[in-house]
Design a protein around this ligand. Structure first.
Ligand SMILES: O=C(CO)COP(=O)(O)O
Length: 256
């Protein structure tokens, strides 16, 4: 079964209403490969989800950048899965390193969030990735495996989960993982899924790369056999996001 190329744009904590409208206009006017060949999901801050949902072309989808771990209630400042579903937001990004590291979200907490969101019917972009210190000490695979394990042991199905490998040292630094560094970890993650979640999950789960992806480096990364797309930060706020979406064509050419 082929894995459809996936391009996510994580806008993080950026934008004004005017800027958001401008990005959406650029996306709406872009000529991109067909929905059969690429799935595009943009993730604005919560407050802009309704306007983006209203204005964005119908072949692109939207994601929240976080959600509460269980059913909503007396949790000041949180946004629940139920609210996202009520607004018609189909995706959520969970376990981003900025939340793991700055807000101290543990592997267990992220695993609980993913399980609750998936159980309620959301699609999840689940992020894993090592810090520079962890890479330099040789523990990259141990770190991403334990982050993935906390998810795997809580979910009964992977069919609505996209796994995003985002090495922390490559995020917002301009220091992109080389295509072979990305491929190596993606392949290891797929082997891990094979051994722990089954061959079908390993074959069908999309593993996307995030960390300083831009219009110039996306093609070579897209050609790697286990790179099934991208989660883009900074460049998703710029017109070059369109070029990154177009790298789906490069991917397709490597598969035929
Ligand atoms: O964190 C990221 C996407 O979630 C990557 O961010 P940058 O593309 O800005 O490095």
């Amino acid at each position: 079964m082929g894995r459809k190329f996936f391009v996510g744009g994580n806008w993080k904590c950026n934008g004004t209403t005017e800027e958001v409208k401008k990005i959406v206009t650029t996306l709406n006017e872009a000529e991109v490969p067909s929905e059969d060949d690429v799935e595009v999901v943009v993730s604005p801050p919560f407050v802009f989800l309704p306007i983006v949902k209203t204005l964005l072309r119908s072949d692109f989808s939207i994601a929240a950048q976080n959600c509460w771990v269980r059913k909503g209630g007396a949790f000041t400042g949180e946004i629940s899965v139920e609210m996202l579903l009520n607004l018609g937001v189909p995706w959520v990004i969970l376990g981003h390193s900025e939340r793991r590291l700055v807000l101290n979200e543990s592997n267990d907490f992220v695993g609980d969030k993913v399980a609750y969101a998936v159980d309620q019917g959301l699609n999840v972009i689940a992020c894993v990735g090592e810090t520079l210190e962890q890479r330099e000490s040789g523990s990259t695979m141990a770190v991403v495996a334990s982050q993935t394990k906390s998810i795997a042991e809580r979910v009964s199905s992977w069919s609505n989960i996209v796994l995003a490998y985002e090495p922390v040292w490559a995020i917002g630094t301009g220091k992109v993982a080389t295509p072979s560094q990305a491929q190596q970890v993606h392949l290891e993650l797929r082997k891990w899924l094979n051994d722990n979640a089954g061959a079908q999950v390993a074959a069908s789960t999309r593993i996307i790369y995030g960390g300083s992806v831009n219009g110039a480096n996306c093609k070579e990364l897209a050609m790697q056999p286990d790179v099934d797309g991208f989660l883009v930060g900074g460049a998703s706020l710029k017109p070059e996001f369109v070029d990154i979406i177009k790298s789906a064509t490069v991917k397709k050419s490597t598969q035929t």
